[in-house]
Every structure is written in C-alpha cells, then in structure tokens.
Design a protein around this ligand. Structure first.
Ligand SMILES: C[S@@+](CC[C@H](N)C(=O)[O-])C[C@H]1O[C@@H](n2cnc3c(N)ncnc32)[C@H](O)[C@@H]1O
Length: 350
C-alpha cells in the first residue's frame, strides 16, 4: 500500500492530521518517507542545493569554520558538526579547503547528524577516510568540547503547523479527506464554526525549528562554540502558506505525491533566533546569502577558479550568479550564527 493510500485510510479511521504531522510522515515514514527511502538531490533528482551548484559554497563555509575556530582561541579538541549533510558534497568540499589549516583538521572531531539511511550511505562514500562519525540527533554528539556547527537547508524540512484566520479566531489547518476520499486541506472544528473568508491569512509556526535552534544554543552556551545556519526563509514575521513540494525540479501540489516529493516550508528566522537567545546564546540577525558569501570572499575564489581553468569561466560565472544574485539564491537564502556570548561571528561583522 502506498503512503498516500495509508494516509487516506488512517485519516478515514482516526480523523484529519495537522500539517506538521503530514510533513513528518511524508519525509520520514520508515517504509515510504522521502528522506527515509528515496532522497534525490542534484541535477537528475528533485532539487539542487548551494553545495551542488558550486564547490565554492563548501569551500567558503570551510573558511568560516577555520576562522570561527581561530576566534574561539584554537581549542585543541572541538566537535566539527554538520547537520543534514545531504549527499556529503558540502563536507567534502569543506574538508578539501581546510587542508590549508592542518592544525584545525587535527583538532576536529568530525560528526554528521543525519536521519536518512540512503544519505548516510552517500556521505560515507564521499567522506571515506575522513574519520567522520554519525549521529541521529545533536543530543547524540558528545559534549564536553566546543562546537563548530554548520547546517545548510536543514531547518526548511523541519515540520511546521499552519493556522487560518477565521472570523472566530485562528484555527489549525489540517490534512483531511474530500467526500470522494482524496487528500485535501481543511480546518480543525472550531467552537465558532466560522468558515475563513476568501483569501484568509495563514500563519505558520514551527516548534521543531525553534526547538533545534534552542538545542544548538544550549550546546554553545554549555561547551562554547559557534553554529552557522543557512536556509531560505523570512527575516521578519510574515503571514502566508509556504509549504512547497518539489519533484523533478518542478513545483507539485503538497498533497499530490506524499513521500515521493521533497516537502519544505520557509524558515522562520525571527522565531528561531528568539528561541536561541532565550536559551542564553548570542545570535546574529539574518544576512542575505549573497552578502554573506561576498564577505567571505566568493569573488576572489571565483577569480582563482577561472584563472586555473579559463575554459570554465562561463560556467563559474553562472554558478557565482546562482549563489549570490538577488533574483537567484542571494536574497531569499539567509545566514545566521548562533554562538557563545561575546563571540564575533565571521561574515556578520557590522
Ligand atoms: C535539503 S537536504 C540538504 C542537504 C545538504 N545540507 C545540502 O545543502 O546539500 C536536507 C538534509 O537534512 C536531512 N534531515 C532531514 N530532517 C532531518 C532531521 N530531523 N535531523 C537531521 N537531518 C535531517 C536530510 O536527510 C538531508 O540530509
């Protein structure tokens, strides 16, 4: 039985489910979830991420990690952690770039936090000989040493709940069934019984994004360290439904291919930063990816790559534009740092 048919049967038996629960089932269901069974990153897959656009992304995040370790006082032992490492490309590019800093590498205890079996296998293939260890959650990465953590496009696949404005107040949006038995969006029963107006506002909240930011913050407060989070999302509170499904690089309906399409929401940066600050960490405000990569030196890196391979100058120029141009990934994607109090995160200097 497909995941879609199982969800229909479960909803018929037990009632509609919150959007957040639908996301978790679609992404992580053990038998049919997208990440659990068939994640497909890259040109021939469902979506492309920054490290798959260009090696420059991972290399510059490597520079960020070395500079952060330096500003932390070059600890002799620290945990270098990537959360949601995809097919391992980012870490592989990062490790190649930081060979120029052998003391950093010698001090690093490398951990990858990943829930997907197929992606763990891909990472193990790409990172053979790196000494990497795997954990299912940040909690399973040992404490007791400072943290330098990166996460690119992880927070957007954490579940969000949605609420719809009705004349009687905010009511949770659920996934239920049409009279014909197909998946559809609906509302939780409300005591007012009021239907939303045409074009009613939708409010998204992600306790899971806030909880992870809070957990990262608690670690850098307890053990010292700095974390870099890059993702697409809003840098001020906004209303709107951002649930999006991608399959074969095309947007498809969020209810059309459960488990067979990637499902994401925009990251709520203001909310996760509040969670991090409430846990005692310092956190920067979001900086657009184009500006952030520019501060880390992406123009120079692109020029060096072109100098080494003039025949690839057009390709490298296109990759650079994809990462930094405001109408491509440069504005929608944002970087934030969550770090120990008093730390000055590289790339966020004002
Ligand atoms: C969109 S991919 C991004 C991959 C990679 N960071 C990149 O930029 O190419 C999301 C990654 O997060 C992982 N992931 C999803 N949910 C997770 C969770 N709750 N904990 C840890 N990793 C998770 C996925 O398996 C995948 O590796």
């Amino acid at each position: 039985m497909s995941l879609k048919d199982r969800l229909k049967a479960e909803i018929a038996a037990s009632g509609p489910i919150p959007v957040a629960e639908y996301m978790v089932r679609c992404l992580h269901d053990a038998a049919d979830g997208y990440y659990a069974t068939r994640p497909a990153l890259g040109g021939g897959g469902d979506f492309v991420t920054a490290p798959l656009v260009s090696q420059m992304f991972g290399e510059l995040l490597g520079i960020w990690c070395v500079e952060s370790w330096t500003r932390l006082g070059r600890p002799e032992r620290f945990r270098l952690v990537e959360m949601g490492p995809g097919d391992g490309t980012l870490m592989s590019d990062l490790l190649r770039a930081v060979r120029l800093a052998p003391e950093f590498l010698a001090a690093a205890d490398l951990w990858l936090v990943e829930t997907s079996g197929p992606l763990k296998a891909a990472q193990a293939g790409k990172l053979a000989g790196s000494g990497a260890q795997w954990a299912d959650s940040l909690d399973a990465v040992p404490g007791g040493a400072p943290l330098v953590l990166i996460a690119n496009e992880l927070f957007d696949c954490l579940p969000a709940r949605q609420y719809v404005q009705t004349p009687g107040g905010w009511v949770e949006r659920l996934v239920g069934l049409t009279p014909e038995g197909e998946l559809t969006f609906g509302l939780a029963p409300s005591e007012h019984g009021a239907a939303p107006a045409e074009g009613a506002m939708i409010l998204e909240v992600s306790p899971a994004q806030d909880a992870l930011a809070g957990a990262i913050a608690a670690r850098v407060v307890a053990d010292g360290g700095a974390a870099l989070i890059v993702d697409y999302g809003r840098d001020k509170p906004e209303f709107g439904d951002t649930l999006q499904a991608l399959k074969g690089h095309e947007k498809v309906g969020a209810l059309d291919y459960p488990g067979e399409s990637d499902l994401t929401v925009h990251v709520d940066f203001p909310s996760l930063l509040t969670a991090a600050r409430e846990a005692g960490a310092d956190a920067t405000d979001p900086v657009p990816q184009g500006l952030f990569l520019g501060r880390l030196g992406i123009q120079h890196r692109a020029e060096a790559l072109v100098a080494a391979r003039p025949d690839r100058s057009m390709v490298i120029g296109r990759q650079l534009a994809r990462l930094v141009a405001p109408d491509q990934m440069g504005e929608l994607f944002k970087a934030v740092s969550i770090h120990q109090p008093g730390f000055e995160a590289p790339g966020f200097e004002t």
